[in-house]
Design a protein around this ligand. Sequence first.
Ligand code: G6P
Length: 479
Amino acid sequence: MPSGPHEFVVVANRLPVDVSVPDEGREGEISWSRSPGGLVSALQPVMQKQDGAWVGWSGTPDLTLDPFDADGMRLCPVPLSGQEVEEYYEGLSNGTLWPLYHDVIVDPEYHRLWWNSYVTINRRFAHAAAEVAAEGGTVWVHDYQLQLVPSMLRTLRPDVRIGFFNHIPFPSPEIFSQLPWRKQIVEGLLGADLVGFQRGSDAANFLRSVRRLTDLTTRGQVVTIGSRWARPERHVRAAAFPISIDALAISELAQTEPVMRRAVEIRHELGDPDVLMLGVDRLDYTKGIGHRLKAFGELLRDGALTAPETTLVQVASPSRERVEQYRVLRDEVEGTVGRINGDYGVMGRPAVHYLHHSYPTEEMVALYLASDVMLVTALRDGMNLVAKEYVAARTDLGGVLVLSEFAGAADELSQALLVNPHDIDGVKQAIVRAIEMEPKERRRRMRALRKRVLDNDVQHWADSFLSVLTATPRRDSHV
Ligand code: G6P
């Protein structure tokens, strides 16, 4: 296949921009705004230096767009029809792989139609990447939606270096084995030169599945692909590269006048509670929002806390709303919030302020600053960047982070109050401990947490992954 012009290509299910399409029948142009994600900020310098391209879906079904330039990047939209969104994105990606990789918190569904669509769309992404990558260039593929792309791309373009990063957990072989297409997924990933994971345990799980499902040999982090698959021998490394955030940007934002003013205003708008607790999540069953609400409700019932003196703000941003399990979750969470407020709220002062919206970064940072306790109680989470954002925002060394041990962030943020979210009594004790913590201990913990997050930011993550990837030998395209 002929090569393209771009030395560095990112492939992800979504483009790093939000698209607005005028409503049907309305006049107007399609417009784009850059999405605020840390991944884009981290990769942008590399993209600009190396004339990079980003291959991804616009987020809107049935929209075919030509490639275009944004902030020094070439964006190459991959179209998906309405049916493909249902089968590949809502189906196999978010109805099968997402729950399976998050330790089957809800039951994954296995449908052959969904799988066929996943194969078709992965092939479409692989072709799109193969068309734009330069001879001997580097292609970095992201996340569970695109696990077949590495091997498909290697077949099309054996000359390029291929990296893959899995943003979510990788399950144990006992769970992964449920997947009817487990072998295809492992072989798909082994098309890469480097497969990155959030935690050491994810990389170890992947390597165990390689040993179980293939006859390849592994030594430490390295899998050797013998002559049956490729000539000459090739090596695939699987290792952990914990992702992070643009910590300095959040830290600086937290010290700006408007954000600090807004933090004071938020507390005031909430009726100046003595204690403000905060939860910020996509509305997803992996986040343990129900467990957190149960613990808070019981503390109010026991009289250990009183509302509205203690108030919880729960931001739950809308996500994957057409997937059945997400609808069920929304009903459950909203039912629980209603019950707690019915039992413990007073006129004009609910115990839980539940906000089913997304907010701009400035507002989120103001909320982080305004709160005394941040609750991250995920049942399973690849990393959880909210925990890192909270720490980055607390330049005042205030606030206490209660963090689930099942979030990837717990490996690094050991100075948080670590909890098992299934242990409701343990979560209740941690909440009380966080509220009662002496300022001296609070500051000591936050100082240590901040050092960790500021030293290991998203730039550090991208640099470490890419330096290992580019150290792998280039192959010539005729092998
Ligand atoms: C997680 C996944 C990402 C995904 C994001 C939002 O962080 O790892 O790949 O983009 O959730 O989900 P969505 O389905 O809206 O893209």
